[in-house]
Design a protein around this ligand. Sequence first.
Ligand code: ADP
Ligand code: F6P
Length: 480
Amino acid sequence: MNKTIIVSNRLPLQVIIHQNTLKIIPSVGGLATGMKSVHAEGNGIWVGWSGIPEEELSTELSEKVAKEIRKEKCVSVPLTLDDVEEYYEGFSNKALWPLFHYFMEYTGFEEHEWEAYKRVNQKFAEIVLENIDDGDTVWVHDYQLLLLPQLIKDKKPNITIGFFLHIPFPSYEIFRTFPWRKEILSGMLGADLIGFHTYDYERHFLSSVKRILRLDAHFNQISYHDRLIKVDSFPMGIDYDKFYNAALEHSSNSKEKSELYRRLHEHISEDKKLILSIDRMDYTKGIPNRIKAFEYFLHKFPEYKEKVRLVMLAVPSRSNVTQYKKLKRETDELVGRINGKFATVSWTPIWYFYRSMPFDKLIDLYISSDVALITPLRDGMNLVAKEYVATRINNDGVLILSEMAGASLEMNEALIINPNSFEDFANNLKRALTMPLKDQKSRMKFLQKRLKRYNVEKWAKEFLKSLEETNELKSNIITK
Ligand code: ADP
Ligand code: F6P
């Protein structure tokens, strides 16, 4: 039976060694949380990194990890400490990530990191090739593996390969600054179908292909060597029912409420509201900006002092990378300053958690919050915004969403703001806090209807169907 091989840098599960014992936890991040349900239902395998460098594993633990991982239909790609430093923290997260998110000032181009990026993409290719059978489909994900499609195509020209980018593809003017721009584009063009979250990212990609590689692109098809490559946009959804059902269960009277739930609800009443933000601790998410804008809001509308609380959950991410360390320090200082400035004996304006939380607690946060404040400075999609909507079983609650998130293009009923404008932020937060229930419900219902219909399963099916259709393109070329 033919299978689909999913390939991404990180597996949906992460291995942690704690006092010489092995712990497996779910990975955080849109790719892992979104694709997890797709993988669980299919008959395929998932190839990726376990999250732990090889040097930190004894032979015995290494075997244990491989066994645990295999149980989950996953295959691990061993990365060394050098790989992690140069390919993951280095090239992927100090060059590609900032540049693709328009943070040029954070972007560094290091030749030895580029070499490591090529080396590790080759490592992934070898493991994929060991696991591939004729007739299989390979679906490669994200910016850490941009060279992988071509590496596989070179060895297995008849294998159908899809590639999906989970982050923005920047405009040509940004992308052209990249020293290895030709190699990156050629690597991606090893795929038969290249997918993006939005039409804008697709357009930027096509423009770079035309101008940098001087290739012909008609509508969304690129002629490359003797192949036709399809490019399209597929906005990623979530496992809607999973979030909706979990919210139903957590809200039911028979469910014993968690300590977190009880503490959150101590602060909710007719005139006291909770505002929620959830992100990986990443500079693209606009966390310091959000805190400063919240301070501005409290200045502009002082009547909200003691009436609102911002619950801010940030999950540690890429914490060995300098910019992430700086961001953590800046966030800690800002939260401390604002809490110090406004707090009273009975009120702390910001509740800040810097940790990962299990699914149950995430649900408690979503169902307890009157407003979700999702204000990235740049974000490929943003699934947290969609998860919040899916948990609003009574159709109440307001989503404030940055126009810089891919999700904003499909979520018109949210209050869409420019995260750089404190004025826009403060006015819309006030609007959300005072929005009549009827208005909240009608907006929420539209949002939910769309998310329920276009869930992650549908997203994956559409991508894979479109990928299968590329086989017809291939046979047309052959018969011509
Ligand atoms: P990104 O892919 O950039 O991390 P997304 O918003 O698309 O951003 O996806 C983040 C995913 O990680 C969501 O599915 C969310 O539920 C999960 N997540 C975010 N923060 C936490 C946290 N503190 N604990 C557990 N899961 C989290
Ligand atoms: O969705 C974007 C993304 O970068 C994924 O590729 C990645 O798995 C996730 O966010 C979390 O980042 P990391 O794997 O670096 O922890």
